[in-house]
Design a protein around this ligand. Structure first.
Ligand code: AVI
Length: 331
């Protein structure tokens, strides 16, 4: 039983800005400031999402395989920790559901009563996922929600009495800065009831010799992924970025605790963004910051949990301790 619901368009919650308006506003704001930046959420147009799929299959990009190993090894433990009362398994940013599959299998094996609620801003990704799950698990109730996370959580908190178990996997939390992370976790907690659970995937701090190739792979897929955002601006905002005149640059910032992605200008150049009616000047090697991927220690993760009003109930690691899925209970 699969259904897809639009929270943004069905009158429950009105979006503040249309997506195209928000994109235009953020690009104008980001490229007219002293230190130029483009929010990483704009990587994921159709081509960007495909490139990210390719990144996840790279040997160097260890994150996906580590989390897969964690879920494979610990799905039964996670099911036991969730317990037998009925619940909504709500997944924020569901993607292709490849890893969640392991969890659904374990939960079904334990005869848990639950409905799977994937949330994604992309309707096409969500439809693909719900249709796939309907084929694989004809008896599973699936309620896809097209919305941003908070609209979905707020709406969902008002429905029914089942507990919520929220999945936020894949180190998606790493793409928020520390302030955003704190606000996100507090807002998440505010939308949960005591004893609701959250399973959150954090990439752990490790040797930069492992981190750097993961974000600057030898096939250059991550470089294409990064540059793709300029292609998107060209297409959607009538700009004339010459993609050959910018290059991908990646660095580990140990104090910040983040991998940082940049696009650097190869030379002095001026770019016109027609739809915004602006010209943007670049000096040689001037940077556009495009992404943070924060890395944490288990201690920092416990600290974030406590600060947001959660008990860090279980910590699940892969064998190399590269990644952690942390199970939090709302208190
Ligand atoms: C989606 N996110 C968790 C990825 C990451 O690792 O920060 C995006 C990514 N950027 C470069 N490679 C992958």
């Amino acid at each position: 039983v699969a259904a897809v619901l639009h929270i943004l368009t069905d009158g429950h919650v009105a979006p503040v800005l249309a997506p195209e308006e928000e994109f235009a506003r953020d690009i104008r704001e980001g490229l007219t400031r002293t230190h130029k930046r483009i929010p990483s959420k704009y990587f994921y147009d159709e081509r960007g999402s495909r490139l990210f799929q390719q990144i996840m299959a790279l040997d160097e990009y260890y994150l996906t395989r580590c989390e897969y190993e964690i879920l494979k090894t610990h799905a039964a433990d996670i099911s036991a920790a969730i317990g037998s009362a009925p619940f909504n398994l709500m997944e924020l940013g569901a993607g292709d559901g490849y890893k969640t599959d392991l969890l659904i299998r374990a939960l079904q094996k334990d005869k848990r009563t639950f409905r799977y609620v994937p949330v994604d801003i992309s309707e096409s990704a969500l439809r693909e996922l719900t249709e796939k799950l309907e084929r694989e698990y004809p008896r599973l109730e699936v309620q896809g929600i097209v919305a941003d996370y908070f609209h979905a959580l707020r709406w969902h908190a008002e429905q029914g009495a089942w507990r919520n178990v929220v999945l936020f996997l894949g180190s998606s939390i790493g793409n928020m800065n520390q302030t955003e992370t704190r606000l996100f976790l507090k807002a998440l907690r505010a939308r949960l009831k005591p004893n609701d659970l959250a399973l959150i995937g954090f990439d752990l701090k490790k040797d930069p010799a492992i981190l750097l190739p993961a974000y600057s792979d030898s096939k250059g897929i991550t470089a294409q992924f990064n540059l793709n955002v300029l292609r998107r601006i060209n297409r959607e905002l009538e700009a004339d970025f010459d993609l050959n005149q910018f290059f991908h640059y990646e660095t580990w910032a140990p104090v910040r605790g983040a991998m940082e992605s940049y696009l650097l200008s190869r030379r002095a150049q001026t770019v016109t963004i027609g739809a915004l009616g602006i010209q943007v000047a670049f000096e040689p090697y001037e940077a556009i910051h495009t992404e943070y991927s924060f890395k944490y220690t288990p201690g920092e993760i416990r600290h974030y949990a406590a600060e947001a009003g959660f008990a860090a109930a279980h910590e699940y690691f892969d064998t190399r301790h590269y990644f952690e899925d942390s199970l939090w209970r709302a208190i």
